[in-house]
Design a protein around this ligand. Structure first.
Ligand code: SAH
Length: 267
């Protein structure tokens, strides 16, 4: 029983689980390693964030098990997903656990790996391009930028069942820190209010990126204080990434094509 890290280049054996990051949607952003595991899968257990184009890369005879989750409407509870991984692995299948983005970034990948290891099953871990990295690139927002942002925080905006969003707000007040919220659409009023209370300027540029890197991608520019207004006005839903910080304004004057292609303005 062991965790195989990518550099070991272990082959996918029957009775093993591969926890694979599928990236944010665009199949071009899949890693070669992810592709290698996808091609060998006998059973795939996948999320709602995995795009159809990526699902189309699976072998025809691969058994597909959908365990997609929406906030507050978990189709298969986490315990059930963990058990599915174990059951299929014990059935001597090559079990692909395909997740949006990176499995270890707000993906519960750690929990799933621990669970299968506890049941004596080996687990491959294949990183994916996380939404914060891909979505911002596609809309021309550098996460860090010399003199503008020296650090970047990825943080969850997912509210607990009790309705609380218990975050270390005081650590997020530095104006030269980019903040990226995952799962934050529903908690935007709290996010804006708490960040402003913690000392972030209310005019700080912000962006909302809906379904980044997919054909449905939309980007909405706003400010910290107007985020909620923008969400209401544009009827923005998950999956959306929220980016807050002066980096959002860096390419304001440049033509953005929405696919990570910047063209100079000709005046
Ligand atoms: N493991 C994933 C994150 C899962 S949490 C990763 O590494 O990217 C789910 C949240 O991620 C969504 O609510 C949204 O905030 C963000 N997200 C994932 N894919 C996205 C996409 N293509 N566009 C915008 N946001 C996305």
């Amino acid at each position: 029983m062991s965790v195989y890290f990518p550099q070991n280049k272990q082959s996918f054996q029957a009775g093993e689980v591969a926890l694979v990051g599928a990236g944010p949607g665009d199949p071009d952003l899949l890693t070669l390693q992810a592709y290698r595991f996808i091609q060998q899968a006998e059973v795939v257990i996948y999320d709602r964030l995995v795009s159809q184009e990526i699902m189309a890369l699976l072998p025809n005879d691969c058994q597909r098990v959908y365990v997609g989750k929406k906030q507050a409407e978990h189709r298969v509870p986490q315990d059930g997903i963990n058990q599915l991984l174990v059951d299929h692995a014990l059935d001597k299948k090559k079990v692909l656990r395909l997740k949006g983005g990176d499995p270890f970034v707000f993906g519960r990948g750690g929990e799933e790996a621990l669970f299968v290891l506890k049941h004596g099953i080996s687990c491959h871990i294949v990183p994916g391009i996380t939404a914060a990295s891909a979505c911002t690139s596609y809309v021309g927002i550098p996460l860090t930028h010399r003199q503008t942002a020296q650090s970047c925080t990825f943080i969850t905006g997912h509210v607990k069942d009790c309705g609380q969003l218990d975050l270390p707000w005081s650590t997020l007040q530095n104006s030269k820190q980019t903040i990226v919220f995952y799962m934050g659409v529903k908690s935007i009023p709290i996010i804006s209010q708490q960040l402003i209370a913690a000392g972030r300027d209310k005019t700080t540029p912000a962006a909302l990126i809906y379904k980044g890197t997919t054909p449905e991608q939309r980007v909405y520019r706003s400010t910290l204080e107007s985020l909620h207004e923008t969400v209401i006005k544009e009827a923005i839903k998950p999956p959306t990434l929220i980016v807050i910080g002066d980096v959002v304004g860096i390419f304001d004057q440049v033509e953005l094509s929405n696919i990570g292609y910047l063209t100079p303005q000709i005046s």
